[in-house]
Write a protein that binds this ligand. Structure first.
Ligand code: NDP
Length: 308
């Protein structure tokens, strides 16, 4: 059976596309992906999504998105990942672990994934003190001493969030100024539990023998001086990589690997649309992702109408 529209991804972009497509009678099939709900499910309080003056938990917000799309008939395939996508001819083919589905049109909303530092011990000690998700793992570090790596909004938010549990948080940043928004910079720099270690990178994560993080080797990038600092956890918050491996050589990608869209959400293949963080490395907000999801559904709907 060929579905009119298949949507890959279930963050704000994918679920908004699903809502609009369902209301346009396209009976969209949403492949939730292995991180259903997307990155917002890994954050705590979302205070900048319009309509929630008191804030809302990221996971709760995504549940509401999903319920709203489901109410109008969006169908979800959960717990399976897409292993390949063939967009060379219509209908497009989407292969899941053990299933192949066909689609007259495709919306890609696969988002972006957290970047890592690339240290061998980071991998070895992942989930043994190394984490990319402060909101998921922060509560395990009550009364502990933590390191957060990065200088953007994610690192700043993580550092502030982790002070709920940790005794002390050191924000390690490779430059002398934060990239984070002014309001987050202020929160970090004025927080009594947070110290910023400027011009510094993590040269190694210590504790491989103990089987848990016991410290980090810091390195001042100006002098190359290295020293060890004890800590119990390392939260890596150094940005994201777009989830576009499936589309390499099939869709036009930019230098950073993001899907190139033109004139709204159209990709280089007619009938394939992209929305959210997978095609946006500038705004990357839940509300902009949701907005582009709406655009993708409208673009796909027009395309389907023309080709039916
Ligand atoms: P960013 O790309 O903004 O920041 C990444 C940070 O990590 C930078 O400070 C960068 O350093 C540093 N970095 C990158 N690679 C390395 C490395 N290998 N070693 C050490 N440091 C490294 O990513 P974010 O995830 O913070 O934010 C992404 C987007 O999402 C932004 O637009 C942000 O505003 C937005 N966002 C908004 C939030 C909100 O509004 N509530 C919350 C979280 C994110 P350098 O500065 O030197 O490049």
């Amino acid at each position: 059976m060929t579905h009119k529209l298949v949507i890959l991804g279930s963050g704000p972009a994918g679920l908004t596309a699903a809502l609009y497509a369902a209301r346009a009678d396209l009976a969209p099939v949403v492949i939730s992906g292995m991180m259903a709900g997307g990155q917002l499910t890994r954050t705590s309080e979302v205070e900048n999504f319009p309509g929630f003056p008191d804030g809302i938990l990221g996971g709760e917000l995504m549940e509401k998105f999903r319920a709203q799309a489901a109410r109008f008939g969006a169908v979800f395939i959960d717990g399976k990942d897409v292993t390949s996508v063939d967009v060379r001819a219509r209908p497009f083919a989407v292969v899941l672990d053990d299933e192949r589905i066909e689609a007259g049109a495709l919306i890609i909303a696969t988002g972006a994934s957290p970047r890592m530092l690339g240290l061998p011990n980071e991998e070895r000690l992942f989930a043994r003190g190394v984490s990319t998700c402060a909101t998921c793992d922060g509560a395990f570090f009550r009364g502990k001493n933590l390191v957060v790596v990065g200088g953007g909004d994610s690192a700043a938010e993580d550092a502030v969030f982790l002070t709920r549990f940790a005794t002390a948080v050191t924000l390690v940043h490779r430059r002398g100024e934060l990239r984070a928004s002014k309001i987050m910079q202020h929160k970090v720099l004025s927080h009594p539990k947070i110290t910023v270690q400027w011009h510094t990178v993590i040269a190694d994560i210590l504790g491989a023998d103990a089987g848990r993080v016991t410290g980090v080797r810091m390195k001042d990038v100006r002098t190359n001086r290295e020293w060890d600092a004890p800590c119990d956890g390392v939260f890596v918050a150094v940005g994201h990589t777009p989830n576009t491996a499936l589309f390499e050589g099939r869709l036009e990608l930019d230098q950073g690997g993001y899907i190139v869209t033109r004139g709204g959400t159209a990709t280089s293949v007619e009938g394939v649309f992209a929305c959210g963080d997978v095609q946006d490395h500038v705004y990357r907000q839940a509300v902009t992702a949701a907005g582009s999801g709406c655009m993708a559904a409208i673009d796909a709907s027009r395309y389907i109408e023309q080709h039916e």
